[in-house]
Write a protein that binds this ligand. Structure first.
Ligand SMILES: [Zn+2]
Length: 647
């Protein structure tokens, strides 16, 4: 994007040394050009002497008022300064900020970029433009280097005043100064283009430019753009449509999806229905099973799997209101059965069971749908979603990152992980591991009751379940990772007592809901189970101090395993150090390689035998996908549905 020169803005920039000397003169009225040698002016904190003066003043009548910002002798009431600044910044109190500014103008207390940024932050409307430019100019005259935060309010005010070119010019100025614009820098300009000027073409241009500049926008901006395009009838324009599809394609590599609310908005504007109609329409599903599945996944943590045809989900289903409706006029050939959930915490769930013989109907332009793991197919448009696995290169990045994390603990931890890697490579030569059990996660599942604890029996039940479910496949091979603290007795030459407390790291790395964990001596049964695991080459004990998560993650991305391998864990690692993976890769890995599980109840001393559930990994990736029929599918980031849309 080429920005036009705006005569009322003048910029002279001195960059004699990077970030050391920078000077800008910004003046709208005179048009004069001035050079200023920038010098670093740091904020002078209130000295001890001033502190004692302030204390002294508080004892003097007339000086004790907390609201006095500046005392007559020119010293400042520091607590008042902080409080007022916080107040007007937080609550965007324009008049308070202007008073604050007027009081301190010309004093040494207005000599810091941060204070100017705070004052400017209240400027949000075109009426604030004069004040904002005056403050900004004074800051420059004081030879205080501006920052991104001091530019944003100006950009906001100029945008609000419909001076879009000036606002864009300011962004260029920032870049010349070495200040990196952020998403928030562009948003006022973008929103004014789309929402006020109804110029989505220019909005689209700006978003494309931002992507060129490596500034990813969010689903919120995408929704604003689509909304603006529809209200301007631009979706009928072929050139615009092509540009929009290209833009979505580019952002689909960054965005994880859209929110449920955004899906409803887009669906509403694309299909010219009100939001209430969209909510009433609900989620389009292909089969009754899918409707049940949505219901249970929305209401229960329990994973649906009718192993014996008699699990608790059946009872839940009886409570659902199932009725025939006739108001979904656009899907005339559907069998309109509505499955309503009265206690869904996500939204008022409505599943419409669609007649498979729907050929010939005109597809809605936007519709919230559920895509079943059994078919991977959108029930509205029949588009097939694909599974996108980690590439070998991406797997390598994960491995490297894991070594880095382990190395950041200690060289011993990195060495231990390397030993595991070598052990795994050897083992893979014989028979690759395909199911990796996060032992601690499985053993502690549902054990947050008084006598609960690390349950070897639960791990054993999980092993049996995997064998039962996947054992017929000759490649099925199970690996269990157990932290050293839980398997001491079988570690050769170990002299440590098995009765130990869990390390802080293990405690925080696992389910925080579990409290009062304690370890006791392994029972004979525990020992037998461990012995069996060891005898069947299923066990790897994570050395002391190591985080077992590194190990089971590593096992799923091993370079020497030609088969897909899955981690059985409920550890979603939302707050984990998996920041090493960019969000999309992390999601891709989690979708395709992690199998969550559940027990219908915990195993306790009564030796109950709960049902074990394992959720199949998704057969398609929960990523924004363009299916072969040219329709976009956006996963919801906060609910289960998808938005099927055509632009
Ligand atoms: Zn679709």
């Amino acid at each position: 994007m080429r920005l036009s020169t705006v005569s009322s803005i003048f910029l002279i920039l001195f960059m004699q040394q990077f970030r050391r000397v920078s000077c800008i003169y910004f003046k709208r009225s005179s048009g004069s050009l001035a050079n200023y040698h920038a010098r670093s002016i740091s904020f002078k904190p209130v000295t001890d002497k001033v502190h004692s003066l302030v204390k002294c003043y508080t004892a003097v009548e007339g000086f004790g008022n907390d609201d006095v910002l500046l005392y007559p002798d020119g010293t400042i009431n520091e607590s008042c300064f902080r409080r007022q600044k916080l107040e007007f910044t937080k609550n965007k109190l324009y008049s308070n900020a202007t008073k604050f500014y007027e009081t301190l103008k010309g004093t040494k207390y207005l000599t810091r970029t941060g204070v100017y940024a705070a004052i400017l932050s209240v400027c949000t409307q075109k009426e604030h433009l004069t004040f904002a430019t005056a403050v900004f100019n004074e800051m420059i005259e004081m030879k205080i280097a501006p920052c991104e935060a001091t530019y944003v309010p100006l950009i906001r005010c100029y945008s609000a005043d419909n001076q879009i070119n000036t606002a864009l010019e300011l962004i260029d100025q920032m870049k010349l100064l070495g200040l990196e614009p952020k998403l928030r820098t562009y948003i006022p300009v973008f929103e004014h283009m789309c929402l006020i000027n109804k110029d989505p073409k220019r909005g689209l241009e700006l978003l494309s430019y931002m992507l060129d500049e490596k500034i990813a926008f969010t689903s919120a901006q995408l929704v604003v753009l689509i909304n603006s395009a529809i209200s301007s009838n631009l979706l009928e324009n072929l050139e615009f449509k092509t540009d929009l599809n290209n833009l979505i394609h580019r952002i689909s590599l960054e965005l994880l999806g859209v929110t449920n609310g955004q899906m409803q908005v887009v669906s509403s504007i694309l299909s010219a229905k009100t939001l209430n109609e969209i909510k009433e329409q609900g989620i389009l599903v292909a089969t009754n099973d899918d409707a049940e599945d949505i219901y249970t996944s929305s209401n229960e943590n329990l994973i649906t799997e009718n192993t014996d045809g008699n699990d608790s989900n059946d009872t839940e289903m009886h409570n659902m209101e199932v009725s025939v409706v006739n108001d979904d006029s656009e899907i005339t050939q559907d069998l309109k059965v509505i499955v309503k959930s009265t206690n869904s915490h996500n939204h008022n769930l409505v599943g419409i069971i669609k007649d498979p013989n729907h050929g010939g109907q005109i597809l809605q332009r936007g519709r919230i749908v559920d895509i079943s793991n059994s078919t991977c197919t959108c029930p509205l448009c029949d588009g097939k979603l694909k599974l996108i696995n980690l590439t070998p290169d991406e797997k390598e990045r994960v491995r490297i990152a894991l070594f880095k994390i382990a190395g950041s603990y200690s060289s011993t931890q990195a060495k231990n992980l390397m030993n595991f890697s070598e052990w795994l490579n050897q083992a893979n030569l014989i028979k690759p591991y395909t199911y990796i059990i996060d032992g601690a996660n499985v053993a502690y599942n549902k054990q947050n009751f008084v006598d609960g604890g690390f349950s070897f029996r639960q791990i054993n039940m999980m092993v049996n379940k995997i064998k039962e479910k996947y054992g017929a496949d000759p490649s099925c091979n199970i690996l269990i990772l157990i932290p050293d603290a839980y398997a001491r007795q079988i570690v050769p030459n170990s002299v440590s007592s098995r009765k130990t407390t869990i390390s802080k790291e293990q405690e925080t790395g696992k389910d925080k809901k579990i409290t009062n964990r304690k370890l006791s001596y392994l029972t004979d049964e525990d020992m037998q189970i461990l012995k069996k695991f060891e005898d069947e080459n299923m066990l790897y004990v994570v050395p002391p101090g190591g985080n077992d998560d590194w190990y089971w993650i590593y096992a799923t991305v091993s370079a020497t395993n030609p088969l897909p391998s899955y981690a059985i864990t409920n550890d979603l690692m939302r707050d984990h150090r998996l920041a090493f993976l960019e969000p999309r890769l992390f999601l891709r890995w989690r979708t395709s390689m992690v199998m969550p599980f559940d027990f219908s109840s915990a195993i306790d001393n009564n030796h109950t035998n709960p049902n074990v559930y394992i959720q199949e990994p998704s057969k398609f990736s929960r990523e924004i996908q363009l299916t072969d029929n040219g329709r976009w599918h956006f996963p919801s980031v906060d609910s289960r549905g998808w938005l099927c849309a055509s632009f």
